[in-house]
Design a binder for this molecule. Structure first.
Ligand code: HEM
Length: 344
């Protein structure tokens, strides 16, 4: 079943709930207004979600081994708000900033080649498998000095952030994270960082990047069905996000932009409700704000622009075929497949 943030007609629902509304089922205060979301992101009076605590609790209750998930989450910068946050953020920043000019030029050339090879008349393209996923492999391969294709499979590791995942899926995610850590550990001598940081970067960047690229492409292409790719007007920023919401917890009773929040209340910042696809305006909240601003933002935007340029060089017409969102997904908007047809 599709969740509220995945419904194609969610725009009206968001309008009815704006600026914020309490969801009794989730016991969460949901925020749909761009200015309030921005204020909460920037506020020192809210803390991030301690993701690992949830796994520790489930492990304690069930006796199951969730060590790999707990270790990964302990290496995610937004699991923390203290010195550990600064340390992990600094380390990831160092990895993604190294040789950045070379990587930007390399990614641009890679994307031009990928599009040139795959976008041929009479063909059908899966925008996930044949476009966004190879881009992800190439980027993370460059950053981490490995060939990810050799050992990385799409096993949904980003779903480690999903608080509502079934126990069976959690076990699978935990196993995949453990295997990925071992694969990085075997290549530790060549890695520019620790295997734990490499796993954490993949978990935080995978579904966010692939989901956002595919959904944004799909949405832009939906505006002019049957047009030539060369004539499509690609906006300079992403228009849809794979990360529909981010949560925070209030450190004290507080009123922020007119919204009252009790101490320890969880607040869900529904970024998806601020997207250009929903509001018609650029809100610039897809990558968060303030101290946890996305470390992958500059490169994600570079990739989107490279992809737009490469597609604008294709003279073919396209037809949208089918978009399949991952089922049972409470944390991401992740299209497992998005097929388009190509013709003269
Ligand atoms: C279009 C793709 C992406 C989107 C929409 C996205 C979205 C976000 C958002 C909303 C946050 C804020 C989390 C919070 O405030 O709690 C965030 C943080 C973060 N993102 Fe991304 N992200 C994307 C790509 C990437 C990539 C490719 C990486 C590469 C490693 C990455 C690494 C990070 C890290 C490390 C943080 C945590 C920063 C901190 O806590 O200081 N992201 N991202």
């Amino acid at each position: 079943m599709l969740k509220p943030h995945q419904q194609p007609d969610r725009s009206e629902r968001y309008s009815a709930l704006r600026p914020y509304s309490f969801d009794e089922h989730l016991d969460v205060l949901c925020v749909y207004d761009a200015e309030i979301i921005s204020a909460v992101f920037r506020s020192e009076d809210f803390r991030t979600n301690p993701f690992a605590e949830h796994y520790k609790y489930i492990a304690g209750r069930t006796g199951l081994d969730f060590d790999a998930a707990i270790e990964t989450l302990a290496h995610i910068p937004f699991s923390w708000d203290d010195e550990e946050h600064r340390r992990l953020r600094g380390e990831m920043n160092r990895v993604v900033s190294a040789d950045s000019r070379e990587h930007i030029a390399g990614m641009d050339a890679f994307i031009a080649g990928l599009v040139g090879d795959n976008f041929v008349a009479g063909g059908e393209i899966d925008l996930n498998e044949q476009v966004a996923r190879p881009i992800f492999y190439e980027l993370f391969g460059r950053w981490l000095h490995v060939d990810l294709k050799d050992f990385f499979s799409d096993s949904g590791i980003s779903q480690v952030f999903d608080a509502a995942l079934s126990l069976n899926k959690r076990k699978k995610v935990n196993k995949s994270l453990g295997e990925l850590k071992c694969a990085f550990a075997r290549r530790a001598a060549g890695l520019p960082t620790s295997p734990e940081i490499a796993v954490a970067m993949n978990a935080v960047g995978n579904d966010a990047l692939i989901g956002s690229l595919v959904l944004s492409l799909w949405h832009v292409l939906e505006q002019t069905p049957g047009a030539r790719l060369a004539d499509v007007a690609f906006p300079s920023s992403l228009v849809e996000t794979g990360v529909p919401f981010i949560e925070r917890i209030a450190n004290r009773d507080i009123e922020i932009n007119g919204m009252k929040v009790a101490k320890d209340q969880k607040v869900r910042l529904v970024i998806d409700a601020t997207s250009r696809q929903i509001t018609g305006q650029e809100a610039d909240l897809f990558f968060g704000k303030g101290r946890h601003l996305c470390v992958g933002k500059p490169m994600s935007l570079v990739l989107w622009r490279s992809l737009s340029r490469a597609l604008n060089a294709v003279p073919l017409r396209y037809t949208l075929r089918r978009l399949e969102l991952r089922d049972g997904d409470y944390a991401f908007n992740y299209p497992e497949h998005a097929w388009i047809g190509l013709h003269d």
